[in-house]
Write a protein that binds this ligand. Structure first.
Ligand SMILES: [Fe+2]
Length: 371
């Protein structure tokens, strides 16, 4: 770690992820000065609202008379979205914006970059910029991402074609939608809206059946090693339009509830009578196959020979090993910070490459001099 104290610093950017696994990353011209998660400050696992971490960045890693060029804020929804917005009771501003101003990290609204509706794109950006590939396909699989249409269509799986300085062309967007099924192609991107849970959400829900809490998928992966194949569990992930979807016959989708309450099992759920370790084995095997299927689809949608993997699902090291082993003709980068703890880094890097294409600075309204 180092303190930003060069004499000719041109640009400090903070990426701030404000939801679960909240974190802050400070970069100086693309170079990481500071990056950590709120849980390291508070001791609360997967903590959100990174006020302690913002304060640590301010007082331990930045001279007090300096400001940020940009604060790139990530979450699940835009910061002024009525559902996701958290408001200062007096100024009526977004609470994070108000806090950044209070700490003299910003003074103007133009210093705030709202990446709140780019959850999957930020996962892709984290992996792509750190991969050092000139171009790549990005496969993003996680529990849930941003709502793309109000709260109706929530990101489940995404495929992008990535290139410098900041091109993330969507090739596939599968969303968990409120009862509507559609499969369309627009501008070379397949949009697949379906009420079924995505691969990551299905894995999460199965973990709950196995006795674990939401987001505890690593425990399910460990339990799977003790299970065996049960033919009656072969449909946890199905295929429609030749793309994977979770088993919506056993799960209800309720998108207007809070983020961790989107799904619940329907009454009479047959999984309750099955052996937990065999259920874990089934979702592990079927999710591996589903992601391999997505990767084969991605290969048909892009000419790039490089693939980056991001989104919380890719903490699944068993799946990653199989993916790399079964695709020897492709170069892989698996993002270690593929879960939401990496989003502050992705937000900072994306903003840096957006305002400095080819290393040149544009649209900067002020230069920062640190003495
Ligand atoms: Fe995520």
């Amino acid at each position: 770690m180092e303190v930003a104290n060069g004499k000719d610093i041109l640009m400090l950017i903070a990426g701030i992820h404000a939801n679960h696994n909240a974190g802050v990353t400070l970069i100086d011209r693309g170079h990481i000065i500071f990056s950590t998660e709120e849980e390291r400050m508070s001791g609360v696992k997967r903590d959100s609202s990174p006020f302690l971490t913002i304060g640590k960045m301010r007082y331990e890693y930045m001279p007090v008379d300096t400001q940020l060029s940009f604060a790139a804020i990530s979450g699940f929804t835009p910061i002024n979205n009525p559902t996701g917005n958290v408001i200062d009771p007096w100024s009526r501003e977004n609470l994070y914006v108000s806090y950044l101003k209070k700490l003299k990290l910003i003074t103007h609204d133009y210093q705030v970059v709202d990446f709140g509706n780019l959850h999957h794109l930020l996962h892709a950006a984290t992996a792509f910029y750190r991969s050092e590939f000139e171009n790549s396909i990005a496969i993003v699989v996680d529990g849930s991402g941003s709502p793309l249409d109000g709260l109706k269509n929530i990101e489940a799986e995404s495929i992008y074609e990535c290139s410098y300085p900041h091109s993330f062309k969507p090739l596939y967007k599968r969303t968990m939608s409120e009862g509507e099924i559609s499969f369309t192609k627009e501008n070379d991107c397949i949009y697949f809206n379906h009420p079924a849970p995505g691969i990551g959400a299905m894995y999460d829900m199965i973990g709950c059946i196995c006795g674990f809490k939401i987001l505890d998928c690593g425990k399910t992966m460990g339990l799977a090693a003790y299970g065996k194949q049960d033919p009656s569990l072969s449909n946890l992930i199905k295929y429609e339009n030749d793309y994977p979807v979770g088993d919506y016959d056993i799960i209800d989708f309720t998108p207007r509830e809070n983020h961790l309450g989107y799904f619940k099992f329907k009454p009479g759920n047959y999984l309750l009578e099955k052996t937990k370790k065999d259920i874990a084995f089934a979702i592990q095997e079927q999710s591996e196959q589903a992601v391999l299927h997505l990767i084969n689809k991605a290969k048909q949608l892009s000419n790039s020979k490089n693939i980056v993997l991001s989104g919380g699902f890719f903490q699944n090291c068993k799946a990653n090993y199989r993916i790399v082993k079964e695709n020897p003709d492709y170069n892989f980068y698996v993002e270690p910070l593929c879960y939401d703890g990496g989003l502050s880094l992705g937000a900072a890097l994306l903003q840096f490459h957006t305002v400095t294409p080819n290393g040149r600075i544009k649209n900067i309204k002020e230069k920062i001099k640190i003495t």
